[in-house]
Design a binder for this molecule. Structure first.
Ligand code: RI2
Length: 322
């Protein structure tokens, strides 16, 4: 969690591959390629839910090319730099799309901290619109505090609330704006825990909900029926060990993310425009085709399905669905 937020994680992963390429002492091309794939596998294991991480690894490692170590190294460096450059451009393009949905004087409710979501508010403010925000603190790690600070830096009027006050304040907001860690092929939005309940409340109150998600948040594996793994985090984020012991024998669960079904989402905002969630699959097919590789695996280990587990049901994990 020192590096967090799906876009930031993606940039860090590309940067880590770049560092590995620069620092590798391999003198044989095959050894160099193998160390790059090993670095990719290690990075891939760090967090399971944000698909921007494997998408970043895929972008860089698929461009690893050359007959010599020098050429291979140069290809990684140039791909990593291009990835970060595209990421920054995508976020500002997405911000302009999202800003078009915000009118002068609108109030926005936010959840957690998302650089993609903030890009929309920033673009609106920079175009001269006055925007205010109701910011949910977002238990257990209170990343809403980061959002509150960054919105204040933009000059946005901020009201901070506890998560459970969201419904009470829903009447005075014009939009719910969240980010995404992954978007599934059916248009489900996988985002910080609490997003799905917030979206249900918003729908009940007639408040539109928009998810700001660059296309690196689109989860290509979900095109072929794979589910999105939800990260379970340390129970000490929820309760300290002393308090837990004083209560007695209890179970504590701390899922980091949840799944908001497409019927509760009005628009997914990307750098390629805004999409109703049900049509995001069209963009996914255009970007990924029908299959995706896992270039961090050694060629012999890739297999027909890239070595992944397939439950084949094409649905979201039942524990995470509404
Ligand atoms: P950007 C965060 O997860 C939040 O769920 C946020 O909505 C999402 O990443 C996207 O963030 P975490 O890494 O890419 O804090 O928009 O667990 O910055």
């Amino acid at each position: 969690m020192e590096i967090r937020g799906a876009a930031t994680i993606a940039a860090a992963a590309a940067g880590a591959l770049r560092s590995q390429a620069v620092e590798s002492t391999a003198s044989e091309p095959a050894v160099f390629e193998s160390t790059m794939r090993a670095a990719g596998r290690r990075l891939h294991q760090t967090r399971p839910t944000a698909v921007s991480l494997p998408n970043a690894l895929r972008f860089v490692l698929q461009r690893m090319d050359g007959e010599t170590v020098g050429a291979l190294r140069a290809s990684i460096i140039s791909a990593a730099d291009e990835f970060v450059d595209r990421l920054e451009r995508a976020q500002s393009d997405l911000g302009r799309v999202g800003a078009n949905r915000l009118r002068d004087g609108d109030c926005v409710m936010t959840h957690c901290h998302s650089t993609d979501a903030l890009a929309c508010i920033e673009a609106a403010v920079k175009s001269g619109k006055e925007i205010s925000a109701v910011v949910k603190e977002t238990r257990p790690r209170n990343q809403g505090h980061i959002t509150a600070r960054e919105l204040r830096e933009l000059g946005v009027e901020v009201t901070l609330i506890v998560d459970s006050a969201a419904r009470r304040y829903m009447r005075q907001v014009d939009h719910v704006l969240v980010g995404a860690d992954s978007i599934a092929a059916d248009g489900s939005v996988i985002n910080k825990i609490g997003t799905s309940g917030l979206a249900v409340n918003a729908r009940d109150r007639g408040v539109p909900i928009m998810a700001a998600a660059q296309t690196i948040k689109l989860h290509p594996d979900t095109l072929t029926g794979h589910t999105v793994e939800i990260e379970m985090r340390d129970e000490r984020e929820v309760i300290d060990p002393e308090s837990r012991n004083s209560i007695g024998d209890i179970a504590v669960k701390n899922p980091a993310f949840d799944v908001t079904p497409p019927r509760y989402v009005d628009a997914i905002i990307t750098e390629r425009g805004q999409f109703p969630p049900e049509s995001i699959v069209t963009l996914m097919r255009e970007l990924f085709g029908e299959s995706v590789g896992e270039p961090w695996e050694e060629p012999a280990d890739r297999g027909v399905d890239g070595g992944r587990d397939a439950d084949g049901n094409g649905a979201i994990d039942e524990e995470t669905d509404l």
